[in-house]
Write a protein that binds this ligand. Structure first.
Ligand code: NAD
Length: 441
């Protein structure tokens, strides 16, 4: 295999992509503007938690197929195919995506490229970005170098990033260049040989597939959470409701777990950026339902704060144990984490908040240093007036009243992820609250 690949931006997406491409047999150079990240990756140390990735990283640093640099010039000279994996966060104080990182990465790369090459955007971007970048790239044709562009959105899930990259559900590639398709079919030959669908399309469709998928997933979560608001009022069992509708295979059970809602570095900012972009296009009403989806999602955090406050009869001076701060299990990512938001709000309300997350304590402490971070679950729940389960790590799914009741001050628990058995906790003498559960039930 002759292709040499670069990955520009080595965060959650880029570091995974770089290591996975090395695993597929390519020579890979990862590039980032953050020298600390590059130093750590070059030493084989992954600066975030992702199952299976540390092993892959070390394996290919040792094999010599994977290197890291801060030099875009080195990347421009090295690569045949350059993947863009830089961040597209929400712009401060706005809903739209901040495109400064993508624009900076592409223009510095284009200036550094010394021979014919293909640029492949993987970042999640507003529709219209690839076409805009293509005209910027075309200006370089005058140098006699041919640079193609394709958009190949990424669908990996944190916590399953390695398997999702090596065995994706589908490959979506938007480009008007047959050469770009040929190069990417070679890069993804392994997945294609396993019958992974390769969807060849245009820029706009490729960009939209990604945000449409995320908008759909967010809608599914807020849909069940809206019904949780109903069962909280009228009674009923939200888990049985989800199981029953999920058995209809047109609906499906996944992403129908009522709880404290979605967060992370993707879903919230992607649905906001989509609304902003569609409004920019003059379609003000088209994606308006997504602001409802967002609001339902944020109301779930209010509900957990309310339940804690109600159980405690006010927050001032009360001891709250928060189990889980990552936005989801198997990740240390706390970007827009519902769990961490709830913990911070309880602290602001006057509670003493002890926090334990198996992997995300350090990242959480960077954002909210004043919470009391504990290195074990037992330490966090010691003396607690209420225990909140806010991220469904297996360790918390496996929680039983007998394991912690001698440690707490008051036997009160809020299941913010619907992973515990109400009957078990209540028979052990606990006051049990959950999202989707009427308080008097
Ligand atoms: P991240 O913040 O973890 O990583 C982005 C990296 O880009 C950082 O290390 C940053 O230093 C680097 N960077 C910024 N400007 C640069 C430049 N000019 N040159 C080189 N490096 C630069 O973000 P992420 O979670 O990896 O997300 C990256 C993109 O992938 C986003 O568009 C995101 O929406 C999308 N995405 C993420 C996931 C995920 O699960 N994290 C999944 C699918 C898609």
């Amino acid at each position: 295999m002759g292709k040499r690949l670069t990955v520009i931006g080595t965060g959650y997406l880029g570091a995974t992509h770089a290591a996975a491409m090395a695993e597929l047999g390519f020579e890979v150079l990862g590039v980032d503007v953050d020298p600390k990240k590059i130093d750590s990756l070059s030493r084989g140390e992954l600066p975030f938690h992702e199952p299976g990735l540390p092993e892959l990283l070390l394996k290919h640093i040792d094999s010599g197929r994977l290197r890291f640099t801060t030099s875009i010039e080195e990347a421009g000279a090295f690569g045949d195919v350059h993947f863009i994996a830089v961040g597209t966060p929400q712009r401060a104080g706005e809903d739209a995506a901040d495109m400064t990182y993508v624009d900076a990465a592409v223009s510095s790369l284009v200036n550094a490229i010394t021979r014919d090459a293909l640029i492949v955007g993987k970042s999640t971007v507003p529709v219209g970005t690839a076409r805009r970048l293509k005209s910027l790239i075309d200006e370089f044709k005058a140098r006699g170098i041919e640079i193609d562009l394709a958009w190949n959105p990424e669908f990996l899930r944190e916590g399953f990033a390695v398997q999702d990259t090596l065995r994706p559900d589908r490959l979506v590639v938007g480009t008007d260049s047959p050469k770009a398709h040929a190069a990417l079919r070679e890069v993804y030959a392994d997945a294609i040989s396993r019958e992974t669908p390769y969807i060849a399309t245009d820029f706009e469709t490729a960009e939209l597939v990604k945000v449409a998928a995320n908008a759909f997933l967010a809608t599914k979560i807020s849909f069940i959470n809206a019904f949780a608001e109903v069962t909280e009022t009228v009674g009923g069992d939200i888990r049985t409701l989800a199981d029953a509708i999920g058995l209809d295979n047109r609906i499906g059970r996944r992403f129908l777990n009522a709880g404290v809602g979605f967060g992370g570095g993707c879903l919230p900012k992607d649905i906001r950026a989509l609304q902003a972009r569609v409004s920019e296009l003059g379609l003000d009403r088209t994606m308006r339902f997504l602001s409802e989806i967002d609001e339902i999602n944020l109301r779930r955090r209010d509900r957990v704060v309310y339940l804690a406050e109600e159980l405690l009869g006010g927050l001032e001076g009360k001891r709250v144990a928060v189990l889980g701060t990552a936005f989801k299990p198997n990740s240390d990512d706390v970007r827009d984490s519902p769990a961490l938001d709830v913990a911070a709000r309880l602290f602001s309300g006057g509670a003493e908040v002890s926090v334990y997350d198996p992997k995300a304590n350090a990242n959480s402490a960077q954002r909210f240093p004043r919470l009391n971070y504990c290195s074990t679950l037992a330490e966090a729940v010691s003396g607690a007036d209420v225990v909140l389960v806010l991220t469904e790590w297996q360790e918390f799914r496996d929680l039983h009243p007998q394991g912690i009741q001698s440690l707490v001050n008051n036997k009160q628990i809020v299941d913010g992820r619907n992973v515990l058995g109400k009957d078990e906790w209540e028979s052990a003498g606990w006051t049990f609250r959950a999202l989707g559960l009427r308080s008097s039930d």
